[in-house]
Design a protein around this ligand. Structure first.
Ligand code: ZN
Length: 242
């Protein structure tokens, strides 16, 4: 099965549509949360995922719009954008987010927004926290988002420490013996200095994973953010990939 893994779409419809178009036919779409927040098109992004029968889990921004997260945990720009997203949300979109389970298991893959240990909030940026989190899921691989930075944490058999690498772009790499935590990066607000939308393609039979980056019309999203009077810094950061 060929699976497209997206995360942190953040209401950036132009980026999501560019990714869906670039990868072509896939058998499934998995979304690792934060489909809303920051950007201008929350309802349409949820619609696209529903049209694809995506398997979704919630992130902190999804909980924010539902009133399930303390917005005091967000910086002022993020909070303002989250309240705007909340006000836009149609009842059906809200119901979709309400219905999401915090984690999912799909074959050899566990899906969690932040980490398997604390799915909504924990950031996995370093190999020591990744190592601790390996005890909090059963499958070979855990897929996480939340940091907006692509990453491969790998624990070889009999090893004590995890390695941390950036996935190579555009070339499928085979998953070896051992266990992994993989982060596809962010579709709607990349933060690794590359403004292109990030995603992963997984072949669940061959057990290969491929990092893709997809250029999209950033200015179109920025225009929509200006019209919505979303914070200027949130729109400016898109072109810097931060
Ligand atoms: Zn996010």
């Amino acid at each position: 099965m060929r699976v497209l893994v997206v995360s942190d779409v953040h209401s950036n419809l132009v980026a999501l549509e560019a990714v869906l178009a670039a990868v072509g036919d896939v058998d499934a779409v998995w979304s690792l949360g934060d489909v809303v927040g920051y950007g201008p098109r929350p309802n349409a992004c949820i619609d696209r995922l529903r049209e694809r029968d995506a398997i979704s889990i919630p992130g902190n921004h999804d909980w924010g719009v539902l009133g399930k997260a303390d917005l005091g945990m967000f910086n002022p720009d993020a909070r303002q954008a989250n309240l705007w997203n909340r006000a836009q949300l149609r009842p059906s979109a809200r119901a979709y987010l309400e219905g999401l389970e915090e984690t999912r298991v799909e074959g050899a893959f566990t899906l969690a927004h932040g980490s398997p240990r604390a799915p909504i909030w924990e950031y996995l940026l370093y190999s020591d926290t990744a190592r601790e989190n390996l005890q909090h899921f059963e499958t070979k691989v855990c897929l996480v988002g939340h940091t907006h930075i692509p990453a491969i944490f790998y624990l070889p058999p009999d090893a004590d420490r995890c390695t941390l690498d950036q996935p190579p772009e555009g070339e499928p790499f085979p998953l070896e013996e051992g266990r992994y935590i993989l982060n596809p990066g962010s579709v709607g607000q990349p933060r690794d200095g590359d403004p292109r939308a990030a995603c992963l393609l997984i072949d669940t039979e061959a057990l290969t994973v491929e990092q893709r980056r997809v250029a999209y019309d950033i200015e179109e999203t920025q225009r929509a953010m200006r019209l919505a009077e979303l914070p200027y810094r949130l729109s400016a950061r898109l072109e810097m990939g931060w």
